[in-house]
Design a protein around this ligand. Sequence first.
Ligand code: FES
Length: 149
Amino acid sequence: MSGDPIYTEMIIEYSRNPSNFGKIVDAHIHQHDANPLCGDTIDLYLNIDDNKISEVKFDGHGCAICMACSSVLTEMIKGKSLEDVKKFDKDELLSELGLEHLVKTSPVRIKCALLSLKSLKYGIYSYFADKLNDSESAGNLKEEAANLY
Ligand code: FES
């Protein structure tokens, strides 16, 4: 894997030592998702306080890119308001790891890279729409998640 230029030092390091890896018991948001191409799964856990993400963790199994992107996503959204996180864009995440090119170059790898973001969007959608019965705040996050890649 390290011979492929996609695997930068940062990606390899994150895959070995993922950030915010683990579970939150009774999390306000728990979203499970799977990459249909490989069957790898992740679970994303979020706690919300004062409309901010006070705690975030993920666990599961994925390739180095999936682990690295999930780690970076959790680092980037921790402490942010739900309003800001709702607008979180895939380019923000991909550019953090120098992976913007995957959108055009690798329809397979982009699914690895964006699995956690897809979970995040579905998770926040469910939080608003199902838990709080607030479909206005849920907005079109469900469609965004479905059309992410
Ligand atoms: Fe399974 Fe990347 S190969 S998530």
